[in-house]
Design a protein around this ligand. Structure first.
Ligand SMILES: Cc1ncc(COP(=O)(O)O)c(C=O)c1O
Length: 432
């Protein structure tokens, strides 16, 4: 399938990035071939003024939409007042005060950073330092970042592991929910028993497990939820073995599932919570939340133990604070829940009508489906995926869909009218 999309990519911009970026440019940007000039709420606008509903939200970062006035005003004002400071600031104290009331009870001590991988590395070191053990178990097809240690989670770069002598990161199968789509996911009662048993058996051969780290819903792997009771079973196992449970809520936090955190949605409390993406609304911010007991009994307890150049940056703190005001406003989570249910019903309908769409799924505003080739029934080829992705763009919709495992990460401020518009676009692009 070849779909022609107007060649709106500003060739100079694209060529400059291709020529000068370290490593390869972003795949999705190359697949799209357009250059974005600005955003307005749930929409992105390209250089030619064409508008796209943003169902990628920079992989969940732009959860409050683009150009939110209270957020951007707070950042601009803070930039004019104080942009960096190595001493205590009011912004840091005020933000910690707000954030500690927002995170699940018992996790009210938060170290602030500027990127997700960085926060994951800190979470791992916190668990290792607190327990005195080194092994960390994560899940196959999970994703936690690309820096030195965490890049090995999710069974990535296995050839480098022996090369670099890393023997303390492991992965075990993740118990996907394959029975339910996003409409009836709340009815799933499976608990991932096989996976929990396999994990326990695997760990029996290790000389000391520090932590199990898990994405509550697999994001990069295609917004795939686990069997609904799995996290509760995993919590019980970690309790019984005295392993630290790290929940990486980089994507699921700050309302995406229709609850403050996936921890609330699934009814568990982790020992360490990783915060990222939506936390700053687009301003680089991340965090690690844990109990005082953990922090105080780790190497991080020493003075400057958690400090970093951008950690607790005053602009980041006011950005984070503005995000919290938005996501805790009356009706915000109700809107996420009702609008996402409406969208989930639309995706179920799309699956019925499109020869390309199968296995629609998800929770809250973390939805997805797979693209198949109707001619063979196999997963769609890269070329077909790109064609369908571009067809969606042509219809004014950006999804993370230039791959067979499609992700739909709408902004949480989405309206029903936006959903109607998105479903029209998907139907026009994927239902020939
Ligand atoms: C669940 C999860 N954890 C960690 C990260 C890494 O975050 P960052 O890209 O900010 O380093 C990502 C990035 O996509 C993620 O999805």
């Amino acid at each position: 399938m070849t779909v022609q999309i107007a060649a709106t990519a500003d060739a100079t911009t694209r060529d400059t990035i291709r020529r000068l970026t370290g490593g390869g440019p972003r795949r999705i940007a190359e697949s799209a071939g357009i250059t974005i000039s600005h955003g307005e709420g749930a929409w992105l606008v390209d250089d030619d003024g064409k508008r796209y509903l943003d169902f990628a939200t920079a992989m969940g970062v732009a959860a409050i939409g683009h150009g939110n006035p209270s957020w951007s005003t707070a950042i601009a004002a803070q930039a004019g007042r104080l942009a960096a400071c190595v001493l205590h600031t009011h912004e840091h104290a005020d933000y910690l005060d707000k954030l500690s009331h927002y995170v699940p009870a018992g996790l009210g001590r938060v170290a602030l950073y500027s990127g997700g991988s960085e926060a994951v590395e800190v979470a791992i070191r916190l668990a290792q330092s607190h327990t005195g053990h080194r092994h960390v178990i994560s899940f196959t097809t999970g994703f936690h970042g690309k820096t030195a240690g965490v890049r090995f989670t999710g069974h990535r770069y296995p050839d480098e592991l022996p090369q670099l002598g890393i023997d303390w990161i492991h992965d075990v199968p993740y118990p996907l929910c394959l029975e339910h789509d996003a409409v009836d996911y709340p009815n799933c009662s499976d608990n991932g028993e096989g996976s929990v048993k396999a994990l326990d058996a695997y760990a029996a051969h290790l000389d000391g497990v520090a932590a199990v780290m898990v994405e509550p819903v697999l994001g990069t792997a295609g917004n795939r939820p686990p069997q609904r009771e799995f996290l509760r079973a995993l919590r019980e196992l970690c309790d019984s073995r005295k392993w630290v449970l790290i929940l990486d809520e980089s994507i699921t936090g700050f309302g995406r599932l229709g609850a403050n955190f996936a921890a609330d949605y699934f009814g568990i409390t982790p020992d360490i919570l990783v915060l990222g993406k939506a936390i700053g609304g687009g301003y680089p911010l991340s965090g690690v939340a844990a109990s005082g007991h953990l922090w105080d009994n780790s190497l991080y307890a020493e003075l400057s133990g958690t400090s970093s150049s951008y950690g607790a940056n005053p602009i980041a703190c006011v950005a984070g604070s503005a995000v919290l005001d938005i996501v805790t406003a009356p009706g915000f989570l109700d809107n996420v829940r009702s609008t996402s249910e409406y969208l989930a019903a639309g995706l179920r309908e799309l699956e019925r009508n499109s020869p390309y769409v199968t296995h629609s799924r998800g929770v809250g505003m973390m939805l997805g489906f797979d693209l198949v080739d109707p001619a063979t029934g196999a997963m769609a080829s890269p070329e077909l995926c790109r064609g369908l992705f571009r067809a969606c763009l042509e219809q004014g919709l950006l999804i993370v869909g230039d791959v067979p495992s499609v992700r739909i990460n709408p902004p949480l401020v989405l309206s029903r009218t936006d959903v109607d518009r998105a479903l029209e676009s998907l139907t026009a692009a994927l239902c020939p």
